[in-house]
Design a protein around this ligand. Structure first.
Ligand SMILES: [Zn+2]
Ligand SMILES: [Zn+2]
Length: 144
């Protein structure tokens, strides 16, 4: 038995049935290296890695990668969509009302759905998408 090397991004793309392109690999690497990046920032990172790519192509690749479960899209109210590489763990987000900073916060109980509605109306609930709003350490009043 030989230990198999950890999967590369290309392996992961193949694993979810996506064609491997330099742009898709660069996109996954950019999002994973970043922290809840918006599309403009992701496009800049991809261009630094593989040269020119249109914003439209970045949108299309993000859509395919999100649908395939390799990336996660979050969209706090009033802020542009952000993307992250941390998927599948049902974590939640703290969002600053003032500067828009987004921080990860672990799922309250460790698995989805971590919250249950007081009345589920007969729905089979499989996810609770929680956003905690407030002021980040830099924006909150210092002597409150
Ligand atoms: Zn802030
Ligand atoms: Zn996150």
């Amino acid at each position: 038995m030989t230990a198999s090397p950890p999967p590369t991004v290309a392996d992961e793309l193949r694993g979810v049935g996506l064609r491997v392109t330099a742009a898709r690999v660069a996109l996954v690497e950019t999002v994973r290296a970043g922290d809840h990046l918006d599309v403009e920032t992701i496009a800049r990172g991809v261009r630094e890695r593989v040269g020119h790519i249109s914003l439209q192509a970045v949108y299309e690749a993000l859509h395919a990668l999100t649908a395939a479960g390799l990336l996660r899209r979050i969209e706090p109210a009033g802020s542009p969509a952000r993307y992250e590489g941390r998927v599948g763990d049902n974590h939640h987000h703290l969002v600053c009302r003032s500067c828009g900073t987004v921080r990860d916060v672990d799922c309250a109980v460790g698995r989805a759905p971590c919250l249950h509605p007081s009345d589920d109306g007969g729905f089979l609930v499989d996810e609770a998408d929680v956003t905690f709003w407030g002021l980040c350490p830099r924006c909150r009043p210092q002597d409150a």
